[in-house]
Design a protein around this ligand. Structure first.
Ligand SMILES: Nc1ncnc2c1ncn2[C@@H]1O[C@H](COP(=O)(O)OP(=O)(O)OP(=O)(O)O)[C@@H](O)[C@H]1O
Length: 367
């Protein structure tokens, strides 16, 4: 049982504040991913939990006990870094056994513990090898084994697979997930890779410039982004955003973007749901899969010209000019044959997001 709670954490480096009033409660066995661009404060947060960095304000509680004044060694937390920090002169077995040597375990118990963790990580056949004989992925498996072998209260991982090539990263991602399901330890994982975050996390913490932007399940942050930053940070290709105008016309709501004369038809209830934001200061967000494209004219569809087509294998991303604004749509591969083709476009109201243009906050409108 390990719960971790961060309360009102503030951190300065000199005069620069890099963490602002950070609050987060992590449940037992939860896999939390801190996600954000380089420099947003993820690593500093992780190091503060581990005790490798001091904090200027706030409390770090492990199982309800404040630990911010404890040394790293007294917090019983293991950490895995991006660089493979193995001892080169020791075998894999000795590397994994190392944290246990300082304990009172008998050599028989150490042997058993190392073999058990090696079995879970599928590295039993590597136990007699030296790190120099291992691939990058195997080195990181050993580093994870060494971190887990003493059954720490929590596992912290800082971009543990960031240095591996794409194929290996994918493999290791699955491995880390499998390991977590099997071992079930409270884990905090730092990455700037949203696919890694989406595939691993129970909940994702999205950070920007030292502030938490949103905490939620992968589906929450993708389907209900709290603000424009999250909306554009999560999802690839990125969400289209455009300043929008909303008016009432013929019993329906009409949403215009990019100074286009014609607008997109939305259900009338949009007007009441926008709560007075319909007079301006509104930003529309729509993911490429919410931009619907068809060849022939149909009710509610606007004629437009395709600009650029990006084939991405199983689907294409097609740039469409709507007034002065470019909207990116996701279509079946080859659906639009080339630039200049005339197609018809519509925005799926159910997939539309509306934000306050000034604050960037989501207005929480669901149609
Ligand atoms: N020891 C330090 N001294 C001064 N500034 C630091 C120190 N460590 C980090 N910073 C600054 O604090 C901010 C947050 O850094 P941090 O490493 O936590 O970000 P990050 O999101 O983990 O980024 P990255 O993915 O690049 O590690 C950055 O602006 C960084 O330059």
């Amino acid at each position: 049982m390990t719960q971790i709670e961060l309360r009102g954490i503030e951190k300065f480096f000199g005069a620069v504040q890099v963490i602002h009033n950070l609050n987060l409660a992590i449940a037992d066995n939860e896999f939390i991913v801190l996600l954000g661009q380089s420099g947003c404060g993820k690593t500093t947060t992780l190091r503060a939990i581990a005790g490798l960095e001091t904090i200027d304000q706030g409390d770090i509680l492990i199982d309800g006990k404040a630990v911010q004044h404890l040394k790293a060694a007294d917090r019983d937390i293991a950490m895995v870094f991006q660089s493979f920090s193995l001892y080169p002169h020791m075998t894999v077995f000795e590397n994994i056994a190392f944290p246990l040597r300082a304990t009172r375990m008998s050599s028989g118990e150490v042997d058993k513990a190392v073999r058990e963790i090696a079995r879970i990580l599928r590295i039993t056949d590597l136990l007699d090898k030296k790190p120099s004989a291992l691939s990058g992925g195997d080195m990181q498996r050993v580093a994870i084994g060494r971190a887990l072998v003493r059954r720490p209260k929590a596992m912290l991982m800082d971009e543990p697979i960031g240095a591996l090539d794409a194929k290996l990263r994918e493999e290791m991602r699955a491995e880390i997930k499998r390991l977590h399901i099997k071992q079930g330890s409270t884990t905090i994982y730092v990455t700037h890779d949203q696919i890694e975050a989406m595939s691993l996390a129970d909940r994702i913490v999205i950070m920007h410039e030292g502030f938490i932007q949103q905490v939620g399940t992968p589906d929450d942050v993708y389907s209900h982004p709290a603000n424009l930053f999250v909306a554009q940070f999560v999802g690839s290709p990125v969400m289209n955003v455009a300043e929008a105008g909303v008016s009432e016309e013929a019993g329906a709501a009409r949403v215009t973007i990019g100074e286009a004369q014609a607008g997109f038809e939305f259900p009338r209830e949009l007007l009441s749901k926008l709560n007075g934001h319909s007079n301006g200061g509104l930003t529309l967000g729509i993911r490429p899969e919410g931009v619907l494209v068809r060849h022939d004219a149909a009710l509610g569809y606007m004629p437009v010209e395709a600009q650029i087509i990006e084939p991405l294998g199983s689907f294409d991303i097609v740039d469409l000019k709507v007034g002065s604004k470019m909207l990116r749509a996701r279509t079946k591969a080859g659906y639009v044959s080339g630039p200049g083709e005339k197609v018809h476009v519509r925005i799926d109201p159910e997939q539309a997001h509306f934000f306050d243009a000034a604050s960037g906050k989501s207005l929480g409108v669901r149609l």
